[in-house]
Design a protein around this ligand. Structure first.
Ligand code: DCC
Ligand code: FAD
Length: 643
């Protein structure tokens, strides 16, 4: 099962080696992080990142090994955006010449970059960005300027204190004409003493959610006062500005400017499976350790993992972790396929890639953020302790629902894609993830044929159910939209219905890809059977949770919905014997989990008790301040009879 989760024996071996390298290095200790003040915390992050980089250089780690090393260091840092966005943006939007100049500097960390797109006044609406880049043909330069307070760059990770350069997204103005938003490489700080360059105001935006957590990252604010950069620092793969001041839009779709966001969104889907699997690993192991009620004749109390309510909350999350892992694997293939096609100037699957990365990023991050919180609740009171690992995991994870695109805004992008597909059904055969809409007539007619709970253990029945739900919801939106004279007005009015139809479409993709995964060759005795059970748990859990959709579109009867729930209960009993093996398969070290509740050895109570005394508050029996503020209350003579 470890190989199924890792993806291959090589990846399992490589990731295991990196996990142990980090876990055995005291520099990467994590428990004290929530106790540190902001400046100490940030300095500690710089120290860890420097040590990580030293390991990469000294041990000559490959790019893949370095990626796993950074993951297991498990600390948001400026390197995330340098490697995760700044470099990919230059790779995707730079000319060959620009790549030759900037990539070696960035890959050797001679410069540190960030991705500065969002502003104080605009994040979702990229076309609304206000920073300007005005071409000066006399000097053959761009003048980068922040014309308003709301044009201040705001949020970019690594910007506040670490980055020497930024990839700045600004409104391109040539000869007084606006030509859309483009990316510009701008140096922010001196490479000598790291002081901000003339015309640059830069700093951190301040504390964020939770202790420790994302406060290890210097999300920054940045303003420009007429800063000049050479013309060749505008990324010019998509569009060019000539020395003479002529704007040239190549035949590449302008949306390629957004290509880095598409890349990061697809990585975020696999990240979701990692974050959710960590929380599920903690909650599952602790649910097996925790006993509460149910003792018979003085025997042991019941393990909470044996309660049906615990199983009905926990096992769908376990199934979701595997589902997101496999759909993330497929999405990575889709992204690489689009990237190859783009190299050959084939833009045919760009809309599908945009819709899938946007929709699956939205779906998986929402489910993962909610799932980590559910795992905290599954651990009762002890889940609320920082030493459970869950509060930090939650605090670091939840911005994923916002960054790289607010999840609702992204679902509206999927909605545009779906509505367009439905409107073209009469004359254009849908392909890829919308191919099922080509069978809309059948999907509108056929109703569910399930007669027994067993009938739900049929991939065909499940896929048809999810296809019918998605198709019928999309067609219903299409019919509603047709009633509006102004399509944009209709779209705005029906936005919530469209979002729900987008969720249905994306859930169909996740279910289908899980089923497709099971058609592949999966090594290991009993592994495929265990994954099949999880696949049915995932699909039938969704069907139960969203049964309103299936009933409203007339595909399911209430009886069939009840049979699905009956089958779910049976499936939970099948998951139970393998639950611990399924989470052990994630192969996480205690260091990476950072959780006393999720310890591999299950030695929870002694370690919880031990950890309590390490809290600084227990440095003295009588807390500082007691004698000053409490003792006088205890000692005061109360004359008023009322008290
Ligand atoms: C290692 C990891 C680190 C992991 C650690 C990560 C650390 C944190 C990283 C966070 C970094 C960030 O947050 S970076 C900042 C992230 N910001 C965002 O994601 C901003 C979200 N907003 C946007 O992407 C855009 O504003 C949109 C897509 C919402 C709207 O764009 P727009 O230009 O107004 O386009 P719009 O009119 O809606 O659509 C026009 C046409 O373009 C298409 N279109 C729109 N976008 C795209 C696209 N990306 N690709 C292709 N096509 C597109 C539409 O489908 C539509 O086609 P048609 O219908 O006409 O056919
Ligand atoms: C931890 C973190 C790290 C980040 N790192 C970076 C970075 O490195 N670089 C960078 O450039 N940015 C970064 N960002 C910024 C991030 O990309 C934006 O916050 C994100 O894109 C959301 O945009 P917004 O803040 O403008 O949200 P808004 O769009 O203002 O969202 C507010 C509300 O309005 C709703 N809304 C907005 N538009 C619509 C619409 N058309 N229809 C319906 N509802 C709508 C949203 O759904 C949401 O509920 C980061 C943010 C965070 C939290």
């Amino acid at each position: 099962m470890k190989v199924a989760w890792a993806g291959s024996r090589e990846t399992l071996e490589l990731s295991d080696r990196m996990a142990k390298l980090v876990a055995n290095d005291p520099v990467f200790e994590k428990f004290t992080r929530p106790m540190l003040g902001r400046k100490e915390l940030f300095k500690n992050t710089l120290r860890k990142a420097a040590h990580g980089w030293k390991l990469i250089v000294d041990l000559r780690l490959t790019e893949e090994e370095a990626k796993w090393l950074r993951l297991y260091i498990d600390e948001p840092a400026y390197t995330d955006l340098h490697w995760g966005m700044f470099i990919p943006a230059i790779e995707g939007q730079g000319t060959e010449e620009q790549k030759k100049k900037w990539l070696p500097l960035a890959q050797k960390m001679k410069i540190i970059g960030c991705y500065a797109q969002t502003e104080l006044g605009h994040g979702s609406n990229v076309q609304g960005l206000e920073t300007t880049a005005t071409f000066d043909p006399q000097a053959d330069e761009f003048v980068i300027h922040s014309p308003t307070l709301t044009s201040s760059k705001w949020w970019p990770g690594g910007l506040g204190k670490a980055s020497t350069h930024a990839l700045v997204y600004a409104r391109l103005i040539v000869g007084g004409e606006f030509h859309g938003v483009h990316g510009f490489i701008v140096q922010l700080r001196s490479l000598e003493d790291h002081s901000p360059l003339p015309g640059i105001t830069v700093g951190d935006i301040g504390l964020k959610f939770g202790n420790g957590a994302y406060n290890t990252m210097d999300n920054g604010v940045l303003r420009f006062d007429h800063v000049r950069i050479p013309r060749n620092q505008m990324l010019m793969r998509v569009s060019q500005v000539t020395k003479e001041g002529k704007y040239m839009q190549s035949d590449v779709p302008r949306q390629l400017i957004y290509g880095t966001m598409v890349y990061v969104r697809q990585t975020i889907v696999v990240d979701a499976s990692k974050a959710l699997s960590r929380a599920v690993c903690i909650a599952t192991r602790y649910s097996a350790v925790r006993r509460q009620f149910g003792s018979r004749n003085g025997g042991p109390e019941t393990q909470v993992i044996d309660y049906k309510t615990q199983q009905s909350r926990l096992f769908p999350l376990l199934a979701s972790a595997y589902a997101f892992r496999f759909v993330g694997e497929w999405l990575k293939w889709l992204y690489m396929d689009v990237k190859q096609r783009l190299e050959a100037n084939d833009f045919s699957t760009l809309p599908e890639a945009h819709a899938c990365t946007a929709g699956l990023k939205s779906l998986t991050t929402t489910a993962t953020a909610d799932g980590i919180e559910e795992c905290r609740k599954l651990c009762g009171g002890h889940g609320y302790l920082v030493s459970s690992g869950l509060p930090e995991l939650f605090a670091v994870y939840i911005p994923a629902c916002t960054y790289e695109g607010d999840n609702v805004v992204l679902l509206l992008q999927v909605a545009r894609f779906i509505v367009k597909t439905v409107s073209e059904l009469g004359y254009k055969q849908p392909v890829g993830t919308t191919a099922y809409m080509g069978r809309v007539a059948t999907l509108m007619q056929n109703n569910c044929a399930v007669r027994t709970a067993e009938d739900w253990l049929n991939p065909g029945a499940i896929v048809e159910a999810f296809e019918a739900r998605a198709a019928r919801m999309a067609v219903a939106c299409g019919r509603q939209l047709a009633k509006f004279e102004n399509p944009e007005e209709g779209f705005a009015e029906l936005a919530s219905d469209l979002v729900e139809a987008s969720v249905a479409h994306c859930q169909l993709i996740v279910v289908s890809k899980f089923i497709e995964k099971l058609q592949q060759d999966i090594p290991g005795k009993g592994v495929k059977q265990s994954l099949e059970i999880l696949c049915y748990v995932y699909a039938l859990f969704l069907l139960h949770k969203h049964q309103g959709d299936f009933l409203a579109v007339g595909y399911l009867t209430p009886k069939q919905a009840l049979l699905a729930n009956d089958q779910l209960r049976t499936l939970y009993s099948k998951v139970r014997p393998n639950a611990i093996a399924l989470v052990d398969s994630f192969n996480y070290t205690d260091h990476y989990l950072g959780s006393i509740l999720g310890r591999y050895d299950g030695n929870v109570y002694p370690k919880l008790y031990e950890a309590a005394w390490e809290d600084p508050l227990n440095d003295s029996d009588v807390a500082d301040g007691f004698h000053q503020y409490v003792q006088p209350i205890l000692k005061q003579k109360l004359h008023s009879a009322k008290l």
